[in-house]
Design a protein around this ligand. Structure first.
Ligand SMILES: NC(=O)c1ccc[n+]([C@@H]2O[C@H](COP(=O)([O-])OP(=O)(O)OC[C@H]3O[C@@H](n4cnc5c(N)ncnc54)[C@H](OP(=O)(O)O)[C@@H]3O)[C@@H](O)[C@H]2O)c1
Length: 200
C-alpha cells in the first residue's frame, strides 16, 4: 500500500511510520520535516500536499494542536487554535483526502484519552477530541467506494511519559507497540467508523 502519514516524524508518528515502512510505501508529511510539508490548520496547504503526493491507499494523521490552559485564561481565539488545527485540520483531511484515496482506502485520525477522561487545563483539547470522534462516527456512514474512516485514541504514550506525566497523574502509559497496533488495525483491517481506544 501507499500510505501518507502526516506527523510521521513525531513521537507517535515515527513509531507508526517505522512499522508501516516494513511492508508498505510510506510518505511522511510534517510541518517542518518529512517528504512533503503541510500545515493541517490551513486548507490550502492540505490541498497542495495532496496534489503533490497523488493517489494513496491510506492517509494517517498523527498531528494537531490545541491550547492547554486554565478555562479562566482561555480566550475565544485560544479555542480557535484547537478548532482550526486538531478539529478542522482533521475534518479537512477527510473532506479533501478522500478524493485521493484508491477504492477500499482509509483515513485514520488521532484524538486521545482527553475526550473520555479530561485532566486539568484541557477544556479546549478535550472538546476538539470529542468533536473529532463524533465526526468520525457520522462521516463513516457516508463513505462510498469501500472507503473507511477511523480514529485512534491513545492514553499517554510511553515515549511521551517523561514530558507529560505531571499533567496526567496516575495514568499508566501505553506501550508504543500497542499504540502502533491501533493504527495497523485501522489501515490493514476493515473496521469503519470506530474509535480505537488504546489503554494500558
Ligand atoms: N503524546 C501522547 O501521549 C499522546 C497520546 C494520545 C494522543 N496524542 C495525540 O497524538 C498527536 C501526536 O502526538 P505526539 O506526541 O506524537 O506529537 P509530537 O511529538 O509533537 O509530533 C507531532 C508531529 O506532527 C507534526 N505537526 C504538528 N502540527 C502540525 C500541523 N499543524 N500540520 C502538520 N503537521 C503538524 C509535527 O511536525 P514537525 O515536527 O515537522 O513540526 C510532528 O511531526 C497529537 O494530536 C496528540 O494530541 C498524543
Amino acid at each position: 500500500m501507499k500510505i501518507l502519514i502526516i506527523g510521521g516524524n513525531g513521537t507517535i508518528g515515527k513509531k507508526v511510520s517505522e512499522r508501516f515502512s516494513e511492508n508498505h510505501d510510506v510518505i511522511i508529511a510534517g510541518r517542518t520535516s518529512g517528504d512533503v510539508t503541510v500545515d493541517i490548520s490551513n486548507v490550502q496547504s492540505i490541498s497542495e500536499m495532496l496534489q503533490k503526493v497523488g493517489n494513496v491507499n491510506a492517509i494517517v494523521n498523527i498531528a494537531g494542536d490545541a491550547k492547554w490552559d486554565k478555562f479562566d485564561h482561555l480566550s475565544e481565539e485560544d479555542f480557535y487554535i484547537g478548532i482550526k488545527s486538531k478539529l478542522m485540520g482533521q475534518v479537512n483531511l477527510v473532506r479533501l483526502g478522500r478524493k485521493y484515496l484508491k477504492p477500499e482506502g482509509s483515513i485514520t485520525l488521532t484524538t486521545g484519552i482527553l475526550a473520555d477522561e479530561p485532566v486539568d487545563m484541557t477544556t479546549s483539547a478535550a472538546m476538539v477530541n470529542g468533536a473529532v470522534q463524533s465526526f468520525v462516527k457520522a462521516v463513516a456512514l457516508e463513505m462510498d467506494n469501500g472507503l473507511r474512516v477511523n480514529v485512534v485514541s491513545a492514553d499517554l504514550v510511553e515515549d511521551a511519559y517523561e514530558k507529560y506525566k505531571d499533567y496526567f497523574p496516575g495514568n499508566t502509559p501505553v506501550s508504543m507497540r500497542k499504540v502502533v497496533d491501533g493504527y495497523v488495525k485501522c489501515v490493514e483491517g476493515r473496521i469503519n467508523g470506530k474509535i480505537v481506544r488504546i489503554r494500558a
